[in-house]
Structures are given as C-alpha cells and as structure tokens.
Design a protein around this ligand. Structure first.
Ligand SMILES: [Zn+2]
Length: 273
C-alpha cells in the first residue's frame, strides 16, 4: 500500500468503516510511514478537539421576550396577521436549522463509542500480528523469561502466566500499540489457534466485569483485574476463550502477581498444617 492509497482511506479508517484486513493494512502502513502518521495524528487531534469543544448555541437571554413584544406591537399596530405569521415562520425555520445542525453534529460525534473504537483496534492489532507473522518479539513459554523481557520497554510490569498444563501454552510476548499507548501483548495457543492477550494498566475504578464480544469472526473477552486491562482475542470459540480468561483470573493458576486471598488453596506446594 502506498501513501496515496493509505491517505485516501484514513478517514474511513478513523471512522471504523474498513474491514479488518484493510484496516490492518492501514495500521501497518502507519507503523512504518513517516509521512502518513502525522496526517493521521492530525485527523485524530481534530476529531478530539471537535468532540471536546462541541459548539452549543444557546438562545440569548431576552430573545423570547423581544419576539413576544415585537409580536404584540405588530398586533397592537394593527398590521396584517400575515406579517406576524411570516415572522413566526422565520423564527421556526431558524430553530429547525439549529436543531438539525446540532443533531447531525451529535450523530457525527457519537457514532463509534470509545469501547467500540478500542475493540476495533484490538481486532486490527490481532489481524496485523497474524498477517505480518510477527506474533512475538520474545518467543518463550517460560513466564520468567517473558515477564522480564518487558522491563524497560513499558512503564508497567504485566502479569505473565504460563497455562501449558491447562491447555493454553504461553508462546511469547511482544510490544504493541493500543488505545494511544504501548501495551504488552502476550501470545498463547490453544490447539492451533493463536490468542493475543493485550495488557495495560486500567484507570482506578474501572469496571471489572467480564465482557464478551464477537467481531469480524473473532471472539474477544475483556476484563479488568489487579489494576490491569485485559483484552483476549482469538478465532477460538467463545466458550474456550472465556475458559482461558477465567483461568487467568483465578489467583491459584500459574504464578499470581499478588496473593489476594490469604490462605487460599494453591497448586499444593504450600506447606500444610
Ligand atoms: Zn505513507
């Protein structure tokens, strides 16, 4: 894909109107192209500015009163009723235009919500990692090799657990870019199906419940735990991906980053009374 092709599609890319393959191609081009990335960033900034500084037009104070008194004056002066009707019609038309303008602006701004934008990015990153055959920067099933690999590359340390004995071997990890920030991508496999698990810190008070989505033929499970956002995506069926997510959420599987439940049963290596 060349720059002309990429830039032609940037608006559609930003508006979530492209298919996953095309979207991934654009993303890939943006990763490598010093010309198109600034153009894309500018579009993003413009969109953000429009969103946060939405123009609202409030009728000036006293408009209603002056309209009423003008009307009354007309009536009092005995001018034809048609004149009055015309004034009201004009006011009505102006109001209608304002309403339509506000309504279309609202539609334009609220079309893809934040969550759906993020979901689209998750799908694109997943597809891109498969297309580019660039699943891992560090290939290892050893959590003690994968976790330290992120040191100095991210400003947080993602929890890494191997789930080989549960049927989801850890394959490795890589750096990725999501939601406007670098994130950890942990790669697992179940049978032949690759799973990308994106991890980055969650804001305080983020909802922790599990959410499942289906998008472009992929299943996605999202949850928040231990202060981290988790997004798991795969072509695995929904049940298996949910099982994977639940294994990761269990504090007694693999190596928990923090022991949350004192005295909880673990794999059996704790001394028993
Ligand atoms: Zn370019």
């Amino acid at each position: 894909m060349n720059c002309d092709d990429a830039q032609l599609r940037l608006h559609a890319y930003l508006d979530d109107e492209l298919g996953p393959v095309e979207s991934a191609q654009i993303g890939q081009h943006l990763d490598q192209c010093p010309n198109c990335l600034p153009v894309y960033r500018q579009m993003q900034a413009l969109r953000a500015a429009v969103r946060t500084r939405t123009a609202y037009f409030t009728a000036p104070e006293g408009l209603e009163t002056s309209v009423r008194s003008a009307l009354r004056a007309n009536v009092v002066e005995g001018s034809p009723r048609r004149e009055v009707a015309r004034k009201w019609l004009g006011l009505g038309a102006a109001l209608a235009i304002t309403v339509v303008a506000t309504w279309s602006l609202t539609l334009l701004l609220s079309a893809p919500g934040e969550q759906s934008r993020l979901l689209r990015e998750v799908v694109s990153d997943h597809v891109r990692s498969l297309m580019a055959r660039h699943l891992t920067d560090v290939a290892s099933s050893d959590e003690h090799a994968v976790k330290p690999w992120f040191n100095g590359k991210l400003n947080f340390s993602p929890p890494v657990r191997d789930l080989t004995t549960q049927g989801f071997p850890l394959v490795g990890g890589r750096l990725d870019y999501l939601h406007g920030r670098p994130v950890a991508a942990l790669v697992y496999r179940h049978r032949k199906h690759p799973i990308n698990l994106f991890v980055w810190p969650a804001p305080a008070g983020a909802a922790t419940g599990e959410r499942t989505y289906a998008r472009e033929g992929y299943n996605v499970v999202h949850w928040v735990g231990g202060g981290m956002n988790f997004w798991a995506i795969s072509d695995l069926n929904r049940k298996e991906l949910q099982a994977f997510a639940r294994l990761l959420r269990r504090p007694d599987v693999g190596e928990p980053p923090v022991r949350l439940v004192p005295g909880a049963q673990d794999a059996g290596n704790a001394p028993k009374k």
